[in-house]
Design a protein around this ligand. Structure first.
Ligand code: SCA
Length: 526
């Protein structure tokens, strides 16, 4: 009997040539590094260069996070990935009343360019690529990064990295939005244009399905809603007057890797094929780089358990393997204690070691797209592609990603799936080792890392000092210029950079924009 995949598609007990009748490898696969990119975006893939090992990290103050980054680099990580705390992500300073209790908790607290300087102290920005998980205030953090690079004598044209900058999925699944959709999209178009002119190697957005998956999306929903968001961004930039080949090469994506390895590999391959087709057929992109879906992967945090946490090491190894067999460009492997607290130094190192085993001890990097031609993988790739296309058509019928968001479509679909997963887990139909099967009578004690609550007060003192020392009239003038641009049509990033250089804070810059653009209030459609 066929089993159901996570997307609700059949998985047959046996596949064979009959499963791929009429299947044309030239059309469905092509060569690695060529249209439709099913087999991967680069001709040599990992035989030429392994994926980037990019561990997401950051907590407490800039100094503490800087120490963690240096340690990761010493341990062999090949890219940085910055986690910001919630106040920073929401555009509030550490001393704002709303920030109380959250400073430095889920990431590092950054209030101004001074914190940013500490965060990257001793890290040569011309040699490392840095991803920053920042969305509504993405422009600010990117500009502060550029300012710090300038201080290091590193030109913007040398900078490589990614800002997440994907506000649409914030409305759907993650929640750190500030402004309403229209000005948010305008800001994103301003960022595309600014980067094209000033920081050409920067990946301007990381269009993310990861958080939808964490909220309960199936693999088909994950890629469908993410690619639909991608289409909305492309339309926005084209409507703002940009040529598609001027910005599409720097769009990037971000997906999850679950323990259901076969379906995940099929998902990554299907996503590449859909994107290449959409970009070529719908948007007339000609530059091959515009057609390439490059993506980062994080192993599924939601599948980790607080019970018997060491078992998570095994889950992460399988999930990481799925990402690699699916052709990821960059990977974060979760630490085994993440279901309990922030990773300790030791668990963060083990997570990286997992990637190093995959890259250096296995043979999966020796040949490109090792699953190509597998009956089951090719059939599952076709099936998930069809399922995702169907969902994307529904989003189109509703008027595109933003209109569908306004109607709560994606959120409702994801929540329905999350409910199904919860029911299956409760009933025991879905086995979770250590949770509903193979339990221990008594859990062994585990000592997690805790963030020192005193850092909130320390960060507030830093802010008070900064406000006392800086040239306040210059800050006021710069913020006024920013508001003027926001109210008109000029690119806001240029005046924003001047405000940040004058040491305006994250909270002040975002408040100035809130005053012009308003704040987003979600429509609760259930
Ligand atoms: C494009 C990606 C996906 C990957 O970029 P990378 O720089 O790592 O890799 P890359 O672009 O593939 O490779 C770097 C350079 O090497 C080249 N290159 C690579 N492999 C090659 C090969 N086989 N042959 C020839 N060239 C090759 C590429 O062309 C590129 O150069 P050129 O550029 O010159 O072509 C980027 O966007 C990225 O790093 N994203 C990370 C996102 C992230 O970390 N997010 C964390 C979210 S954490 C989160 O959200 C958690 C939960 C929460 O907070 O809610």
């Amino acid at each position: 009997m066929a089993r159901e995949s996570e997307s609700g598609l059949p998985i047959e007990p046996v596949y064979g040539p009959q499963s791929l009748q009429g299947w044309d490898p030239a059309e469905k696969l092509g060569e690695p590094g060529a249209y439709p990119y099913t087999r991967g975006v680069y001709p040599s893939m990992y035989t030429g260069r392994p994926w980037t090992m990019r561990q997401y990290a950051g907590f407490g103050t800039a100094a503490e996070s800087n120490a963690r980054y240096r340690q990761l680099i010493a341990n062999g990580t090949t890219g940085l990935s910055v986690a910001f705390d919630l106040p920073t992500q929401m555009g509030h300073d550490s001393d704002a009343p709303i920030a109380h209790g959250e400073v430095g908790k889920v990431g590092v607290a950054i209030d101004s360019v001074e914190d940013m300087r500490v965060l990257f102290g001793g890290i040569p920005l011309d040699q490392v690529s840095t991803s920053m998980t920042i969305n509504a205030p993405a422009a600010l953090l990117l500009l502060m990064y550029q300012l710090v690079a300038e201080e290091q004598g590193v030109g913007a044209e040398q900078l490589t990295g990614t800002i997440q900058n994907d506000v649409l999925k914030e409305y759907i699944a993650r929640g750190t939005y500030i402004f309403p959709p229209k000005p948010s999209l305008r800001l994103i178009a301003d960022i595309f244009r600014y980067c094209r002119a000033e920081i050409p190697k920067w990946n301007t957005i990381s269009i993310s399905g990861y958080h939808m998956a964490e909220a309960g999306a199936s693999p088909a929903q994950e890629i469908a809603f993410t690619l639909a968001d991608g289409i909305e961004y492309v339309r926005t930039a084209v409507a703002a007057g940009m040529d598609v080949d001027d910005f599409a090469p720097r769009l990037s994506f971000f997906f999850v890797a679950r323990t259901t390895l076969l379906e995940e590999v099929a998902k990554f391959r299907a996503a590449r094929r859909i994107w290449a087709r959409v970009m070529r057929e719908e948007f007339g992109a000609r530059d091959p780089k515009s057609l390439m879906l490059r993506f980062h992967t994080q192993t599924a945090g939601v599948q980790l358990t607080a019970q018997q946490p060491e078992v998570n090491l095994v889950r992460v190894a399988v999930q990481g393997l799925a990402a690699v067999l699916g052709g990821t460009q960059s990977l974060h492997t979760n630490s085994f204690d993440e279901a309990i607290a922030l990773p300790t130094d030791r668990s963060a190192r083990l997570a990286l070691r997992t990637q190093q085993v995959l890259a250096h001890e296995t043979d999966v990097t020796a040949t490109v797209d090792p699953f190509a031609g597998s009956y089951v993988i090719e059939k599952m790739t076709d099936d998930i592609e069809a399922a995702a296309m169907e969902l994307m058509a529904k989003v189109e019928e509703l008027g595109g990603a933003v209109d569908a968001i306004e109607r709560g479509f994606q959120k409702n679909e994801i929540e329905r799936n999350a409910y199904r997963i919860a029911q299956e887990t409760d009933s025991g139909e879905r086995v979770v080792v250590g949770v509903n099967r193979f339990r221990l009578d008594e859990e062994e004690p585990y000592e997690p890392l805790r963030v020192d609550p005193a850092i909130e007060a320390r960060q507030a003192e830093r802010l008070a000092r900064l406000r006392a020392e800086r040239d306040q009239p210059a800050v006021d003038a710069a913020l006024a210029a920013l508001k003027k641009a926001a109210g008109g049509e000029d690119n806001v990033l240029y005046p924003m950079k001047e405000a940040l250089r004058a040491r305006a804070t994250v909270g002040e810059v975002c408040t100035a924009l809130r005053e012009v653009w308003g704040a987003y209030v979600p429509s609760d459609v259930f």
